[in-house]
Design a protein around this ligand. Structure first.
Ligand code: AKB
Length: 316
């Protein structure tokens, strides 16, 4: 049975990943950790929890040894919009944290799964059907840390044989925990406002297409990739994956099918729009499909229907 450590376990991905991993591998075999204990009580109460700042390598090492960890899901990171406000902190946490996790993994022979992002691409990347292997010259600090992180993970695999794997996540949409400081966050906020106020003012402009994914598919991807037979993997860090691509107008039109009074307005944030404009419109994820069976279950209409149903229950 795997013995797993999750960093950033109280964040948007972590709070759902931990619960799924605990279901699959046993509650005591999945150690959740985060920089503070503010967040999902379900995660903190359903298995081991440790306070961990990922820039503290000794503490990571101590936890890995204490629980006999063999697999680390490293999620702790600053997102794109927050990263642009404080680039040096983004570098410190994203690169420092990953480097520490990889060093501890090397010393203790752990597998490492860490997400990259569509932010790893830049304005010179082909925008439509962006290939798996292509030009990557991101123009945000978050993107720079994601490309560097992909290279570092591949390096640890090639040089030390550490089993590193990752996916390039698009914007993730979920109703359990809010995202924090991302460019794609509008696609989550819009649902809260649609239910509460029947209108939303988007900080991303119409016509801005980005890849997106519903959280259940994202969680499946992380678990499925780590379960994949290594012999089938040509790539490792990191796989393009996507489930849908839309702009704010398309998302609003889908919401209107359920809430006809819903109105979308725009109050574009130029700093965040600039980030969105530097990212692809849509990814080609055929290598993930071929190498480990990636196959998302939620398209735009299925995602919107479920989000509205689940959020209505949560907000009532
Ligand atoms: C962000 O918008 O920063 C993230 C991402 C796409 O990596 N959601």
């Amino acid at each position: 049975m795997k013995r797993i450590l999750v960093t950033g376990a109280l964040g948007q991905i972590g709070s759902e990943l931990v619960m799924e991993l605990r279901k699959k591998y046993g509650h005591d075999n999945v150690v959740a950790s985060d920089i503070s204990s503010k967040g999902s009580e379900e995660v903190i109460g359903s298995g081991p929890f440790e306070i961990l700042d990922v820039v503290d390598r000794d503490k990571i090492n101590e936890i890995v040894k204490k629980y006999n960890i063999d697999t680390i899901y490293h999620l702790a990171a600053l997102l794109s919009a927050t990263g642009e406000k404080n680039p040096s902190l983004a570098w410190h946490i994203n690169m420092g944290g990953l480097f520490n996790v990889l060093e501890v993994a090397r010393e203790n022979n752990c597998a490492v799964c860490t997400p990259s992002s569509i932010a790893a691409f830049g304005p010179s990347t082909p925008k439509d059907n962006t290939p798996q292997d292509t030009l990557m010259r991101p123009t945000t600090m978050y993107g720079v840390t994601k490309v560097a992180g992909e290279l570092l993970c591949d390096y640890y695999y090639e040089k030390y044989g550490i089993d590193t794997r990752g996916v390039r996540f698009p914007g993730l949409i979920s109703y359990k925990s809010l995202p924090g400081g991302g460019t794609t966050d509008y696609a989550v906020h819009i649902f809260y406002e649609a239910i509460k106020n029947k209108k939303y003012s988007s900080f991303i402009d119409k016509g801005t297409f980005m890849d997106m994914m519903y959280m259940p598919d994202a969680i499946t991807a992380l678990i499925q990739l780590m379960e994949a037979d290594p012999a089938t993997l040509v790539h490792r860090n990191a796989f393009n994956i996507t489930a849908m691509s839309f702009d704010p107008e398309m998302l609003a039109a889908e919401i209107k099918k359920h809430i006809p009074e819903f109105e979308l307005e725009y109050d574009v944030n130029p700093d965040i729009q600039k980030i969105a404009d530097s990212w692809p419109n849509s990814l080609d994820d055929s290598d993930a499909r071929a190498e480990w069976g990636w196959n998302p279950q939620y398209d735009l209409s299925a995602m919107v229907k479920d989000m509205l149903e689940q959020l209505a229950i949560k907000l009532n």
